[in-house]
Design a protein around this ligand. Structure first.
Ligand SMILES: Cc1cc2nc3c(=O)[nH]c(=O)nc-3n(C[C@H](O)[C@H](O)[C@H](O)COP(=O)(O)O)c2cc1C
Length: 441
């Protein structure tokens, strides 16, 4: 990063107003600023230098002992546009930094800017209106306490090892409109190369990722990592120094061997004893059972099965529904009549083999007249669900899940029901993955 010649010590009580002008920044325990209140005063002991063009200022460090650093949006009447290389690196700034609030005006975070803040830096607050474009090499490398990452829409370049060793990360969010990076499945993904640059403890690797990048899960604290079949290469240190003791690979063992031969031999350095369970050697205790008349619920069921490696089971009506049957504006059509009749139990074609082998059942259905279709009632009355966990999900045009799931719950008293989720008919895979990430089962 280019710096201009002089450095001035910032002694300025007047900077509070500048933060107020900077838009939606400000910590809330997470890393995505959202209140825009400007209540947090800028840190007074920051140091600045002018950029080469003399159009703005670069933060170069802090002469104080500040734990919660708030960078102002403006300094001496000009915008603060960058954080200098190594500005808050451990070697330069010894006292603990617990949080840093970066104003929307900053377009560049320099290399090593927060390098090796090993135990202290927990929150980096970046607003949704941030103009950030570049995150330099090693910018947050070694920030092992950092819990979340937010990449705004305009970020074009994330340097090598920017989040290396950030093992406490639990969420990774990328603004929806970012053209270069995606946060699908709580992973930081380079869209052009389909490379997972950085994962976190709640990552569900999407089935589009081809490469697991250098040190992507280094120092992660989760114990199991699931790798989809789309992955063809795993780079060095991918799981090094992590708590990962088991890898579940969606492909066959032969494919795993080929994958690993084509990849860095150091991918598991330090974790050489990791257990690999390939699809051909694995049985799943998860069933994804669904009924779908027009394909919307089926799509969501597919995402869930992909992420959980559950077994898909379609609840197929013995007598298929015609388009006319589904006309919900007509009170005499089959679906409408079934929904009105408390005793209707449309017959199902086929059955689940070995229901006893499944402990967790994702149960999917479309909302029909604010309830689950009666064929779901037939399904639930056909098996013993005692002791199993049932996680309902539904799709609808606009209705919420409402009482549909609690009415189903009454049919399976011995089962443990989770709250479940309603999705719109056009839901994206990443939204489904985000929901799955938050579940415990
Ligand atoms: C008979 C019938 C009744 C429906 N009732 C509702 C409703 O009460 N509220 C709603 O938001 N959508 C309703 N819908 C729309 C569906 O819930 C929605 O299109 C759903 O995503 C369809 O899922 P599928 O493609 O898996 O069948 C109804 C659709 C049908 C066919």
């Amino acid at each position: 990063m280019k710096k201009f010649v002089f450095i001035v010590t910032a002694i300025m009580l007047c900077l509070t107003f500048a933060l107020a002008a900077c838009g939606k920044t400000g910590g809330n325990g997470g890393n995505r600023g959202n209140d825009g209140s400007g209540e947090t005063a800028a840190t007074e002991t920051l140091t600045f230098s002018q950029n080469e063009e003399r159009t703005g200022y670069i933060v170069t460090g802090d002469t104080g002992q500040t734990a919660n650093i708030v960078i102002p949006a403006e300094y001496e009447g000009k915008p603060v546009v960058a954080i200098a290389d190594s500005a808050f690196a451990y070697s330069k700034h010894k006292p603990d930094i617990v949080s840093v609030t970066i104003p929307d005006s900053v377009t560049e975070i320099g290399k090593n800017a927060f390098y090796a803040r090993i135990d202290d830096l927990i929150n980096v607050n970046i607003g949704t209106d941030s103009k950030l474009k570049t995150i330099g090499n090693n910018a947050f490398s070694g920030c092992r306490a950092l819990t979340s990452v937010y990449i705004p829409e305009g970020v074009e370049k994330i340097g090598d090892s920017a989040f290396n060793n950030c093992g406490s990360l639990n969420t990774i969010t990328v603004a929806a409109g970012n053209a270069h990076y995606s946060g699908a499945g709580n992973c930081l993904i380079d869209i052009e190369t389909n490379t997972l640059i950085r994962g976190c403890n709640k990552s569900v690797i999407p089935g589009t990722v081809q490469k697991i990048g250098v040190a992507a899960f280094r120092r992660a604290t989760m114990t199991t990592l699931t790798i989809p079949k789309s992955v063809t290469s795993i780079e060095k240190y991918a799981i090094s120094d992590s708590a990962i003791t088991k890898i579940v690979y969606y492909g066959a063992s032969g494919e795993w061997d080929t994958l690993i031969k084509s990849s860095s031999k150091y991918w598991n350095m330090g974790n050489e004893n990791v257990e690999i369970v390939c699809a051909d050697a694995q049985t799943s205790n998860i069933l994804v059972a669904y009924f779908s008349a027009t394909g919307n619920t089926e799509k969501v069921a597919g995402y869930i099965a992909q992420a959980t490696r559950g077994t898909l089971y379609e609840i197929v009506p013995q007598v298929p529904y015609t388009q006319e049957d589904l006309n919900y504006n007509d009170s005499t059509t089959r679906a409408t009549e079934e929904q009105r009749d408390p005793n209707a139990r449309p017959a199902i074609s086929g059955s689940v083999e070995n229901m006893k082998d499944y402990d967790v059942i994702f149960l999917g259905y479309p909302i029909w007249h604010s309830q689950a279709p009666k064929i779901i009632y037939t399904f639930l009355e056909s098996y013993n669900f005692s002791g199993k966990t049932i996680i309902p999900f539904c799709t609808s045009a606009s209705s919420p899940m409402g009482g549909s799931a609690s009415n189903l719950h009454k049919l399976t008293n011995g089962a443990v029901w989770q709250a479940g989720m309603r999705f719109s008919a056009t839901v994206q895979q990443s939204n489904v993955f985000t929901w799955l990430n938050g579940l415990e089962y």
